[in-house]
Design a protein around this ligand. Structure first.
Ligand code: PEP
Ligand code: MG
Length: 325
């Protein structure tokens, strides 16, 4: 079976009736590009940039960041690379940043909220990303967006940085795509509004489950409440994908669900354009996509949206993919 999956590396993720989707990799450092390409990733759907900031005593310089982003862009040879701006806070603390002690860190001062407050940190990162965009196909993605104001404020900073680079005569991709993580329920529910302001969505099911179902994603005691197949989550995903498509934008997913074989047929049927996952999951997901008719996936997705119990949906999906060799 492993041998068979290996052979899929250079084949497209296309259904027998011709529906093509994109399978991309989530990466955490430039070193991960090797495995992404070895597993047939057609892009990087999520480049988590926290590694640059962690396990050290000072903020990373613009130059350090530029080198890392450029390396990934170049090694991906023109394939899209979605760089997510700093998503620190929550469980991830930086000792050298003066972070407040919080009662609910996951509902607190994190990610885009911190970046919009400490704009010097944000600007340095955006400068590095923009400069690297001259060396490949880079997209920018903002994490933890909860409202249209977040997007607009972030874009104001981005435009300031672009203007600086213009003034200095530094090259960058003038048409760089800017998207958001949809991982907070308020963003999912207002996806129709947000779709007008961005170039793409990427659904972060890890946090979307945590916040929608009010269940700590790290807490073992409530792990049974963490249900990606809960109808609430599936309905939000459908709404987000449809909202993107109505505005002619693409809908990606970079949460764990994108790499879960039990979710593949549903997400395909809901019209997801890009699945981004840990590289090693790509062959398995591709194999499913290459063996299920899009028309059938759409029917299954529709049926699933009307099933009340997450467990029942999972059982049904287990049966459906059992026949795929
Ligand atoms: C998510 O929330 O689904 C996601 C991809 O981001 P992270 O896991 O880094 O919070
Ligand atoms: Mg997240």
């Amino acid at each position: 079976k492993v041998e068979k999956l290996k052979k899929l590396k250079d084949l497209p993720a296309i259904t027998p009736d011709g529906k093509k989707v994109m399978l991309a990799a989530n990466i955490g450092t430039p070193k991960d590009v090797k495995s992404a390409l070895a597993n047939g990733a057609e892009g990087v759907g999520l480049f988590r940039t926290e590694f640059l900031y962690m396990d050290r005593t000072t903020l990373p310089t613009e130059e350090e960041q530029f080198e890392a982003y450029k390396e990934v862009a170049e090694k991906m040879e023109g394939r899209p690379v979605t760089i997510r701006t700093l998503d620190i806070g929550g469980d991830k603390e930086l000792p050298y940043l003066d972070m407040p002690k919080e009662m609910n860190p996951f509902l607190g001062y994190r990610a885009i909220r911190l970046c919009l407050d400490k704009t010097d940190i944000f600007k340095t990162q955006l400068r590095a990303i923009l400069r690297a965009s001259a060396y490949g196909n880079i997209h920018i993605m903002y994490p933890m967006i909860s409202s249209i104001e977040d997007v607009r404020k972030a874009n104001i900073v981005l435009n300031e940085v672009k203007a600086e680079l213009d003034k200095e005569g530094i090259k960058y991709d003038k048409n760089i795509k800017v998207g958001i993580m949809v991982e907070i329920p308020s963003a999912a529910v207002t996806a129709d509004i947000l779709a007008k302001e961005v170039d793409f969505f990427s659904i972060g099911t890890n946090d979307l489950c945590q916040y929608t179902l009010a269940v700590d994603r790290m807490n073992e005691h409530v792990k049974d409440y963490y249900q990606p197949f809960n109808p609430a989550i599936l309905r939000l995903i459908k709404f987000v994908i449809d909202a993107a498509h109505k505005e002619g934008k693409f809908a990606a997913m970079c949460g764990e669900m994108a790499g879960d074989p039990l979710a593949t047929v549903i997400l395909l049927g809901l019209g997801l354009d890009e699945f981004s996952m840990s590289a090693t999951s790509i062959p398995t997901v591709k194999n499913i996509i290459r063996n299920v008719e899009y028309e059938r996936a759409k029917e299954i997705a529709e049926r699933v949206l009307n099933i009340a119990e997450a467990e029942k949906i999972q059982k049904m999906m287990e049966d459906i993919i059992k026949d795929i060799e």
